[in-house]
Write a new protein. Structure first.
Length: 450
C-alpha cells in the first residue's frame, strides 16, 4: 500500500464532507467540499468563516458556472448566518449562491464564504446541520452538511496562506498567516508546531522554539507567550530557505492552547535542540474584531498546509541486472531506481510513489517473489499475453539515493540470453515523472538471465 505522510497539523483537522451521489455526466462528477463539523463559541462572540468549495473529478474538461443552495433552517434557533455578496437569500434561513465556472486544468472553485455566529441567548450545547446542494450545467453534487455546535472556551485558528510555485533554489521565502481566537475565552499561551520539508529549512532558529531533523525535513515546536483574546488577530510569519535540493515541498503549521501535556505529545520520541536566535512572536494586526490551560473548541482550522514548488529537476536512472542458473534454480534479479538529483523527489501530500516500475518475466522463467509494494496484471485478450508486474518506490527519494527491488525468478527452462525490459512509467497522475525528470532515456533497463 502507498504510505502517507501524517502530520500533527492534520491530525485534528475535520474531514471534508463530500457526497457519493450519482454521476449525471459520464465524463465527470461534481462534489461539495465543506467541513464535516464546526463549533461556535456561545455568547455572541465574533463571526467565524465557513468556506464552501465545489470540486470535480475530470480536470481535462471545465465545469460551467453553477449555483450553491444553503439551508440554515436547522441552526436558526441558535446561530446566525451572514450571506456573502454572491448569495441571494430566499428567506431568513435559505440562500442561493452563484459560483463561477471551473476552467479546464483545475479541480475546484470557491462557492461561498459564510459568516457564522451564535445568538447571544443560545443554549450551550445546541446543535444542528447546515445543509448544502449544488448544480453546474448537467452536473449535480450529492448533498453535504456541516454539523454546527455551540461550545464554551477558546478557539484558536490559522488562516490559509497561499501556495507558492516557481521558487528558485538558493533563495529565501516566507509564509505569513494570521492566528485568531474565535472562542469566548482568552488563550494565555500558544503551542505552535511547524514542519519544513527536506528541500527547505528555517532561516532562523528561535530561542523559544526547539528543532528536530528527520528524514523528510525539520520540525519545530514553539511556545508563544502572547495572550490571544477573543476576537483578536495576530500575524505569524515564518522565514524559509529554499535549498538547492528543493522541488516539491510543503510547509505545515498548527496552533493550539499551551499545556504541558500538549508539549509532551508534540515532542514525541524525537531529540530536540533549542534555538539561539531572537524569539518568534505573534504580532497584533491593526484590524481587531470586536469581542462580544482549556481545550480548543474546534480543531478543524488549527492546522494548515502550504505547498512550495521550486523550479528544479531530478534525473531518475533505472538499472537492471544479470542472473545465471540451471533449470529448477531460483535466482534473484535486482531493479534499482537511482535519483541523480540535483533535487530530491517527494509526494508528501498525495503519498504517490516517486516511480512505478513495470516488467515481465524473461523467457523460460517464472516470477516467484516480488517486494511488498508490487502487484500484477494478468494476461488478457486486449492486453499483454503474459503477466505484467508493477512495483512502487517509496513516496520520497533523496538526491543521490537509490531504491532497489529484488525479484525472485525460477528458471523453468534455460534460454540463452533470455531478457526482459524494465521501465519507469510516466502515468502517475499525482507525480508525473516527465514533469521533473529531464532525461527519460535512462528510464529503461533490462533483466538478463543466462
Amino acid at each position: 500500500m502507498k504510505s502517507r505522510l501524517l502530520t500533527a497539523a492534520l491530525a485534528g483537522s475535520a474531514l471534508a464532507a463530500v457526497g457519493t451521489g450519482p454521476v449525471h455526466a459520464a465524463s465527470d462528477q461534481l462534489w461539495l467540499d465543506v467541513p464535516s463539523q464546526a463549533v461556535l463559541a456561545a455568547g455572541g462572540t465574533p463571526e467565524r468563516t465557513l468556506a464552501v468549495r465545489v470540486t470535480h473529478d475530470n480536470t481535462e474538461t471545465g465545469v460551467a458556472a453553477g449555483q450553491l443552495t444553503v439551508d440554515a433552517s436547522e441552526i436558526a434557533a441558535f446561530a446566525r448566518v451572514s450571506w456573502p455578496a454572491n448569495c441571494v437569500p430566499e428567506s431568513a434561513v435559505k440562500a442561493v449562491c452563484d459560483f463561477p465556472e471551473t476552467p479546464a486544468g483545475t479541480n475546484s472553485v470557491a462557492a461561498a464564504q459564510l459568516g457564522l455566529s451564535a445568538l447571544p441567548d443560545a443554549d450551550l450545547g445546541a446543535s444542528g446541520s447546515l445543509r448544502f446542494t449544488a448544480t453546474a450545467g448537467e452536473l449535480s453534487a450529492f448533498p453535504a452538511e456541516t454539523v454546527i455546535t455551540l461550545g464554551n472556551g477558546p478557539d484558536l485558528g490559522l488562516s490559509q496562506a497561499e501556495d507558492q510555485r516557481d521558487l528558485r533554489p538558493g533563495t529565501n521565502t516566507r509564509v505569513s498567516a494570521t492566528v485568531g481566537n474565535n472562542g469566548n475565552r482568552t488563550v494565555e499561551r500558544t503551542l505552535l508546531w511547524l514542519n519544513a520539508s527536506y528541500g527547505t529549512d528555517f532561516r532562523e532558529r528561535h530561542s523559544n522554539c526547539e528543532y528536530a531533523q528527520h528524514a523528510t525535513g525539520t520540525s519545530a515546536v514553539c511556545v508563544l507567550d502572547e495572550a490571544v483574546a477573543p476576537g483578536e488577530l495576530y500575524e505569524l510569519t515564518t522565514g524559509l530557505r529554499v535549498g538547492r535540493k528543493a522541488l516539491y515541498e510543503r510547509f505545515d503549521h498548527s496552533v493550539q492552547p499551551y499545556s504541558d501535556e500538549a508539549l509532551e505529545e508534540a515532542h514525541g520520541d524525537r531529540t530536540w535542540t533549542r534555538g539561539t536566535g531572537p524569539e518568534l512572536d505573534l504580532r497584533l494586526t491593526p484590524a481587531r474584531r470586536t469581542a462580544a490551560g482549556e481545550e480548543d473548541l474546534d480543531l478543524s482550522d488549527n492546522g494548515r498546509v502550504v505547498i512550495l514548488e521550486a523550479r528544479n529537476t531530478a534525473d531518475l536512472k533505472l538499472t537492471g541486472s544479470r542472473a545465471r542458473g540451471g533449470a529448477g534454480d531460483t535466482v534473484t534479479a535486482r531493479i534499482t531506481v537511482y535519483n541523480r538529483g540535483p533535487a530530491w523527489v517527494a509526494s508528501l501530500g498525495a503519498g504517490a510513489p516517486v516511480a512505478t516500475v513495470r516488467f515481465q518475466a524473461p523467457e523460460g522463467t517464472t516470477v516467484v517473489g516480488t517486494p511488498e509494494d508490487c502487484w500484477t496484471l494478468p494476461p488478457s485478450e486486449e492486453g499483454p499475453s503474459v503477466t505484467t508486474y508493477f512495483c512502487w518506490t517509496p513516496i520520497y527519494l533523496h538526491d543521490r539515493a537509490s531504491h532497489t527491488m529484488e525479484v525472485r525468478l525460477r528458471i523453468d527452462e534455460v534460454v540463452r540470453g533470455a531478457r526482459t525490459t524494465v521501465e519507469i512509467l510516466d502515468d502517475e497522475a499525482e507525480l508525473p515523472v516527465s514533469k521533473f525528470d529531464p532525461n527519460l532515456r535512462n528510464n529503461r533497463a533490462q533483466i538478463v538471465v543466462n
